[in-house]
Write a protein that binds this ligand. Structure first.
Ligand code: AMP
Length: 509
């Protein structure tokens, strides 16, 4: 069996890998590391959870041991579609680069330019960026890309979904042709293949099995519901409350506006809940994730874009408030539960409009998903009015505000995105988690008394309403890019007065 020592990595890197507790390379690591160390281009077809991050971080660390960074001339560049993924890669560099003295600069939106400038001034060995922010730095004349020896394009199919490809092309033109390129994508639709053909020279192609099946330990159920949001929220609450074994859960919505609405609604109903979507400022996103990982919150409402690729621990339940429009997103969402043979449960709310998407999922996973309490034809007549006002389990009034929330949903346009490998599950199991199931009560604190993180959380969810947050001047190109750095759908209007209690701990984050 291949060991890390067989791959040609430096002693410093090997010792950090041992400290991290990893003994055996995953297939993508075993396949990509040796050719990457020989300065070959790589085409890695692998999704998150396969150990793909280490498959480029480890050889990069080894290669970076020779040479030094110069001011404003980064030596390597990693492009990530979301801020969280970029931050996660930076964490990987810290973990595996503990024996190295490298300067890592993280250039992501939602963080001040000045601080990032200072890092660039010092000379960055590794630049980890979302495309929009990188181009902004370049346009400000603060960066020279001619020293970049290694370019990593990660999650290329997600970059395509998010409209980042023109930016990637512009960035690639700024980097010398002689660079080494490491290119990763979970799927290979034709657009991505074309991009790979253009960017890569004689690449080593490593393809690891992509999940197109769901773990057999996950109980999957479809739940028929009417389409109004207040009805869907009532159905969801009932299911959550009926789960005696619920330790923690992720609730997926297709659009960030619904993430914000559902978060507020669950909060009002006394649930311990957090939210994650692309319009939240970075501090809040980090705090939310930390709160969920530390079991301070039990339910996390998230959009696919915000949750994609995040190293979130195994959860006991997944709820799809909306049926995902891309069938493979279903597999990805459900993959958050039932890892390593553990039991898990996944409930998907299905309206009449969603039926075709549910059928596409069944086709992809090659399995019929059972209905809970009968299918759509068995639905009783729709609710006629607002949620009834009743007392919640924490003694607060339930229901009420449904004003303006009932609207039709239109999803993302379907793309040519497809899963082209059908094989077994190679996702690495994460550690089990112990979760406090008690709801965390929220406090209503006067705005002036709230610590900064809490104020940011509320105020900065809506950058388009609040120009203060946008770092971009009135320039169409930049503004368009800024928009692309977000999830799909319209902008949510903040989170109201409900600030999760864990975010009110001053100075914690
Ligand atoms: P990634 O696919 O890069 O998101 O990695 C998924 C998870 O696998 C992360 O929590 C890594 O720390 C972990 N991991 C990476 N490589 C290995 C390995 N060789 N053995 C066990 N776990 C690993």
């Amino acid at each position: 069996m291949t060991t890390f020592a067989d791959l040609g990595l430096s002693q410093k890197v090997l010792s950090a890998v041992t400290d991290a507790g990893y003994t055996t390379p995953t297939p993508i690591q075993a396949g990509a590391i040796p050719p990457a160390l020989q300065r070959r281009d790589i085409l890695g077809i692998a999704q998150t959870g396969t150990g793909k991050t280490a498959s480029f971080v480890l050889p990069m660390l080894t290669l970076l041991e020779k040479g030094r960074a110069r001011a404003r001339m980064p030596r390597t560049l990693i492009l990530e579609p979301t801020r969280e993924l970029a931050a996660q890669v930076a964490e990987n560099f810290e973990k595996y680069g503990r024996n190295h003295k490298l300067n890592i600069a993280l250039l992501i939106g939602g963080v001040s330019f000045d601080e990032q400038d200072r890092k660039l001034e010092r000379g960055a060995d590794v630049l980890i960026c979302t495309p929009g922010r990188l181009l902004d730095h370049c346009e400000r004349g603060k960066l020279l890309m001619t020293g970049v020896e290694i370019l990593v394009i990660d999650e290329a199919d997600r970059m395509l979904d998010m409209g980042f490809i023109p930016d990637i092309e512009r960035i690639a033109k700024l980097i010398p042709f002689t660079r080494q390129t490491l290119f990763f994508s979970a799927t290979m639709p034709p657009e991505i293949q074309k991009l790979a053909d253009r960017f890569l020279q004689n690449p080593e192609r490593i393809e690891v099995s992509t999940r197109s099946s769901t773990a057999t330990t996950v109980k999957q159920l479809l739940v028929a519901t009417h389409g109004k949001d207040y009805e869907k929220r009532a159905v969801l609450r009932d299911i959550i409350r009926a789960q005696d074994d619920l330790k923690n859960a992720i609730i997926f919505c297709n659009r960030k506006k619904d993430v914000a609405d559902l978060f507020r609604s669950l909060e009002r109903h006394g649930f311990s809940v957090g939210a994650l979507h692309g319009d939240m400022d970075q501090t809040s996103r980090t705090a939310m994730l930390a709160g969920f990982k530390n079991n301070q919150i039990t339910l996390l409402v998230a959009s696919d874009v915000a949750a994609r690729g995040l190293d979130i621990p195994d959860v006991s339940h997944v709820f799809n408030f909306d049926v995902p429009i891309h069938a493979e997103d279903y597999v990805h969402r459900i993959g958050r539960t039932g890892r390593a043979g553990r039991a898990g449960a996944a409930f998907t709310l299905v309206t009449k409009k969603d039926q075709k998407f549910a059928e596409a999922i069944e086709k992809l996973i090659d399995k019929q998903i059972e209905w809970m309490n009968g299918d759509l034809s068995a639905l009783p007549a729709p609710m006629e009015s607002f949620e009834p006002a009743k007392t919640g389990r924490d003694g607060r009034r339930e229901g009420g505000r449904t004003r303006g929330r009932d609207r039709d949903r239109t999803g993302r346009p379907s793309s040519s995105h497809k899963t082209d490998i059908i094989s077994t599950d190679t996702v690495i199991p994460s550690e089990p988690v112990a979760i406090k199931a008690e709801p965390v009560r929220t406090e209503r604190t006067a705005r002036t008394e709230q610590p900064k993180a809490a104020r940011d959380f509320r105020d900065d969810v809506s950058p388009s309403r609040n120009n203060r947050q946008s770092p971009y001047p009135a320039n169409d190109d930049r503004r368009n890019r800024y928009r692309r750095d977000q999830d799909d759908g319209p902008t949510p209007v903040g989170f109201g007065d409900d600030i999760p209690a864990f975010m009110l701990v001053a100075g914690k984050y």
